[in-house]
Design a binder for this molecule. Sequence first.
Ligand code: GLV
Length: 389
Amino acid sequence: MSRRAWAYVAGGAGQGRTMRHNREAFERWRIVPRMLHGVRHRELGTEVLGTALSAPLLLAPVGAAGLVRPDSDLLIARGASAAGTAYVFSNQGCQPMEDTAAAMNGTPFWYQLYWSTDEPLVDSLIQRAEAAGAAALVVTVDTTLLGWRPQDLDLGSLPFARGEGIAQYTSDPRFTILATERAHRTSAEENGITVGAISTLLAMSRRHPGRLLDNLRSALPRAAVQTFLDIYSNPSLSWEHLASLKERTVLPVLVKGILHPDDARRAIDVGIDGIVVSNHGGRQVDNAIAALDALVTVREAVGPDPVVLFDSGIRTGADLFVALALGADACLLGRPHLYGLALAGADGVRQVIENMVAELDLIMGLTGVAAIAGIGRDHVQAAPVGAHH
Ligand code: GLV
């Protein structure tokens, strides 16, 4: 990866403490193998909100993956599809959702929604996701502002400001109206020309739909980036916004980024169908609680029935097993699939998934669990106090 790509993908908020806490939390839970159980065949398939999953694992939405490889979202979709794994498309994706949907080749996918300050844009994105065949919406609520990310800041890098990760917007009819209006308003403005400005303009024009030469002559690519930066997210997002989704979509809705049990209960109360416990892979608030610790309190708060997914810190099949034992119905995998993408494109994505699922399968065999629903609290134990990790 380039330095910019690595900073964005591998980087986290502040001093990286939340990322570390996410991993350390897994060290505090240990799997209890069982013997002579006679379990020979394991079934890893499961269902979440009407979506059939071949294993309790989905690819998480990751924005600006085009930093890692051109055609990123299409390659991720092909890798996911080859592994029979569902993929949550990023709202900050690098290809229009319709193209990524085609690359899924029939394997289920969900769509992530960032709530724009422009409500017609919210509706347009939802309608496109429904029309493209998404089986659920995942509203990310922990990124109404982008966190403090020193790795990116040190390089002066914000992918979106160069037009990386705004393909869902530049392919959107409502967004195009807004960006075009802005281009008309600003094309007469004088702009100071510097080498940096030219390089940014070139980057934006390359990524904007259409021919590079036309884009360079047009005020639209720059206006699109500026419009995106203005409206992509709504810092005053509230429970009322969320509650309005019931009338705005036929799809099941999950809310991603929940860490407090009261927020989890509230989400269920306003009619949300599922919760994704996540601290955004430690990218938002430094020194936040580990997502795995939040999973325990959230599951306790909502009881056994509501759908609770887990994200932030999964790196192995053993981690998957622990999260399922602590109450997750399925898990989302973020950075690791980007590393597979970097190393070997679609095939790298497929291999990352298959290695992880293979380990989960073996651990089920070695703990005597025949089906995903059978993985429970009895299969894990808190590490003794003071034990070395
Ligand atoms: C955006 O969601 C990010 O984590 O960079």
